[in-house]
Design a binder for this molecule. Sequence first.
Ligand SMILES: [Zn+2]
Length: 66
Amino acid sequence: MVEIHCHACGGFISEPERISYLLPSNIKTAAAPHSAFCMCARPVVYGPPPGYVSSSGMEMPDHPKA
Ligand SMILES: [Zn+2]
């Protein structure tokens, strides 16, 4: 299982379906990840959302490596 940390507060995101994905072009300053839970109303992750197909032709697998 992949741990996802909120880039706004650095907390661990327990509800991935609530993540707001931002593309790298929108990155400002990412908080350092820590072990506490993210308490943001809308957790922020810098990166393409699952299923995002980049213009390079590379497709992300639906199932990340275990
Ligand atoms: Zn957060």
